[in-house]
Structures are given as structure tokens and as C-alpha cells.
Design a protein. Structure first.
Length: 27
């Protein structure tokens, strides 16, 4: 179960970084 939560957390971080880079690229 810990691995599953960890994978979900990593996916959330990647999605957040992609959104950040997209906003930075638009600016």
C-alpha cells in the first residue's frame, strides 16, 4: 500500500511540475 501511495504522490508532483513549466513557458 505504501508503494501505491508513493507512486500516486510522485504522479501528482510530476503533474504539478508540468503545469508550472506550462505557465512559465506561456509567460
Amino acid at each position: 500500500m505504501a508503494q501505491r501511495v508513493n507512486a500516486l504522490y510522485v504522479t501528482f508532483i510530476i503533474f504539478d511540475l508540468l503545469t508550472f513549466y506550462e505557465c512559465a513557458f506561456k509567460m
